[in-house]
Each structure stands twice: as structure tokens, then as C-alpha cells.
Write a protein that binds this ligand. Sequence first.
Ligand SMILES: Nc1ncnc2c1ncn2[C@@H]1O[C@H](COP(=O)(O)OP(=O)(O)OP(=O)(O)O)[C@@H](O)[C@H]1O
Length: 234
Amino acid sequence: MIEITGLTKSHRGKPAIQDVTFSAAPGRVTGFLGPNGAGKSSTLRILLGLDRAGAGTALIGGRPYRELCHPLRTVGSLLEGSGAHRSRTARAHLSWVARSNGIPLSRVEEVLEETGLAHAARKRVGTFSLGMGQRLGMAAALLGRPEVLVLDEPVNGLDPDGIRWIRHLLRSHAADGHTVLLSSHLMSEMAETADDLVVISAGRVVTAGPLAEVTAGYPSLEAAFFALTTGSLS
Ligand SMILES: Nc1ncnc2c1ncn2[C@@H]1O[C@H](COP(=O)(O)OP(=O)(O)OP(=O)(O)O)[C@@H](O)[C@H]1O
């Protein structure tokens, strides 16, 4: 369960997010949708303990990220890039992440297989394509068999096969009773993958609820999105 309440953050006096409140429930894929600069990354960075909120709380399973004992065993995340050092091999990177979180090294081979990177395990991360980097980021996110996944634009750079793979993975993670929060600006992808939607625009949540409710009365998610966000763009 992810619970975000009254989250507010400013960068150099300029509000990035204001009073952001929503939750992401177990067994559901929650889509976090908004135009560029709407505040998605600011929200996710606070949720993942990478930034501090000016006000409000962001809890994962009832606790702020910084209070989690073995964070990667509770929440797997993918933000921009895999975070791996270019000179490391994929296997070395994942082994390092596993060791630092008390995760058995046997998981490394499993996630390499699961993410289609087994053939590239000994390649240096610096030689990876954007799509392979995303797969490596997903591999690290899955290492600790986390209850919660938080993913910022995970299909960036993936080919159609990779996009289908991610969609399937997220759906099955949710079907297992886990919580998935997925940020994207790709509406067709969202419409296919999300159960619930949170739409953010200009730093504020403009609507949240089941996909069918958010899009009710509109011909498509895209139509709903523009109707909901255009009015509030500054
Ligand atoms: N470190 C920072 N310093 C200054 N301003 C920032 C910083 N990070 C974000 N902002 C500003 O805060 C607002 C929200 O940005 P944020 O990156 O959270 O949006 P986003 O929805 O993730 O957009 P995108 O999809 O483009 O990444 C924007 O106006 C952005 O310019």
C-alpha cells in the first residue's frame, strides 16, 4: 500500500507539488499520469526517500522510505536510468545491489533471466542500449521480491516486445496482490495497464479513481486527460 497525504514541495521558492494526496492499493496497477513538469518525479522522489517534502507524508506499507530496514525487499523502484556504473557488468551491478540489501545472490541469475538480460550478464553497462538499461533497472527493482513497485516511465526506450513484457510483468505483479505505481505520459500504455489512475497537472491532483470512472463520459483516456489537464495548466 502506498499512501501519499498532503505532499507539498517547492524548488527555489517555486511550488513543484501542492497538497498531493492519493493512494495506490495492493492488487492494483495505479497509473500516475501527467504532462511534463506536472510533478510526477517530484512526488516519486519524495516517496523513495531521495528528496524531502516541505509538508505532508508519503508512506509505503505505513512507513516512510527512510524507516524501511531493507528497502529493496519492500519496494522496487525504477527512476531515470539504471543507476549502474558504466564500467560494471550487469551481473556485477546486480550482485552489488543484492549484497547491500541482504538479498541472496541466487536472485541475480533469476532476475537476469526474468528481464531477458541473461545473454548480456557479462557485458559492461556502458555498452547497453536504452532499452537494455531499462531492463537492468527493472532487474534491480525485482531483486528483493518487493511487495511494492514504483516505476517512473518504465517503457522509455523499449521496443514493442519490451513494452508488452513490462505490461505483462506489472499486471502479474498486481495479480499476485502486490502494489504497482507507474508513472507515464503515454496514454495508450496507461489505458492498457492501469486499474486506477491519478492525474496530476501543475503540481496538483486533478482526479483519482478507477480508470473506468476517470474516463466516464469521454471517448478515450486521451480525451479525458486533455479535458482534465488543459484547464489547470499554468
Ligand atoms: N531539482 C529541481 N530544481 C528546480 N526545479 C525543479 C527541480 N525538480 C523539479 N523541478 C520543477 O518542479 C516542477 C515539477 O517537475 P517534475 O520533474 O516533478 O515533473 P514531472 O511530472 O516528473 O515531469 P517530467 O515528465 O517532465 O519529468 C517543474 O516545474 C520542474 O521544473
